[in-house]
Design a protein around this ligand. Structure first.
Ligand SMILES: [Zn+2]
Length: 274
């Protein structure tokens, strides 16, 4: 098989970027040498399991690593499980009871609806992720969550990537999703609504704060898995949609994964330049 860069596709050992409160490693798999200093091209970072009860995000990324990572022609790093303590308890929160996706250092709020911690970056799991991103400066980041059924792009610079992921899907595969991008000319309005909804989220920090210096912000996509992989996304998700999903997951998680994976892998491969 043709390799685009000699430093790529050397399938290196799992690399720990940090440890959770209870001492579990946060493992990254990459198709280049993470112990080295040089990046052989522009990096795409895929993240799952920021919320440990969103198990599908972890399982799909683990499969993505096994099935696709070694054959990709651009540098890709996969952190399938960002919040390992919460995963063992099937909880949204880390061992301090903090929502990691409200703990990042941009627009952080003590009054967040979800527990955001005593201050921005108070948790070891978010600090490790921050330091990894600052070291390698990915140009594209896709963070998986469950299950608002949408491709959510933070910042104008993310629109193109969101569109590429959307375009990778057939009409049928798009039906469970909605595409949300920053509307041209209405950036500030969009920002205000986003800020209110998810203060201290990874998406906001990556999509907006990282652009405040000269290096520019990465294209930042929050990929919310489908509410139902076979049904169109309702205009408004039902009030009890998470309860409904959890019941379905408990009954047939393999079925959910099987139905969701085709579209998810197409979107991730499109994000990784495949
Ligand atoms: Zn989530």
């Amino acid at each position: 098989m043709h390799k685009s860069h000699p430093a790529l596709n050397r399938f290196v050992a799992p690399f720990s970027i940090g440890q959770s409160i209870e001492g579990r490693d946060q493992i990254v798999h990459a198709n280049f040498d993470l112990a080295g200093e040089r990046l052989p091209g522009e990096l795409t970072l895929l993240i799952g399991g920021m919320h440990g009860d969103e198990i599908a995000t972890v399982l799909l990324l683990e499969q993505f690593v096994t099935r696709f990572l070694a054959d990709l022609n651009e540098p890709v790093a996969v952190l399938a499980l960002c919040n390992p303590d919460s995963y063992t308890r099937c909880s949204r929160y880390n061992s301090n009871g903090v929502d990691l996706n409200r703990n990042c250092g941009f627009n952080w709020s003590a009054q967040s609806e979800e527990p955001s911690g005593p201050g921005p970056w108070s948790e070891p799991e978010t600090r490790a992720l921050r330091d990894f991103i600052l070291k390698w400066r990915p140009s594209k980041i896709v963070s998986l969550h469950w299950a608002l059924a949408e491709i959510d792009a933070d910042g104008h610079q993310s629109t193109q990537l969101a569109q590429r992921m959307w375009d990778a899907l057939s009409e049928e595969e798009r039906r469970p999703y909605r595409l949300r991008v920053t509307e041209p000319g209405r950036g500030q309005k969009r920002l205000q609504s986003v800020y209110t909804a998810c203060p201290g989220s990874l998406g906001q920090w990556c999509g907006y704060a990282l652009g405040e210096n000269d290096e520019g912000a990465p294209a930042m996509i929050t990929l919310e898995l489908p509410y139902d992989p076979l049904l169109p996304r309702p205009a408004e998700l039902p009030e009890d949609h998470l309860e409904t999903l959890r019941a379905r997951w408990a009954r047939d998680s393999a079925g959910y994964l099987r139905e969701a994976e085709g579209a998810v892998f197409k979107m991730l491969l499109a994000a990784c330049g495949a």
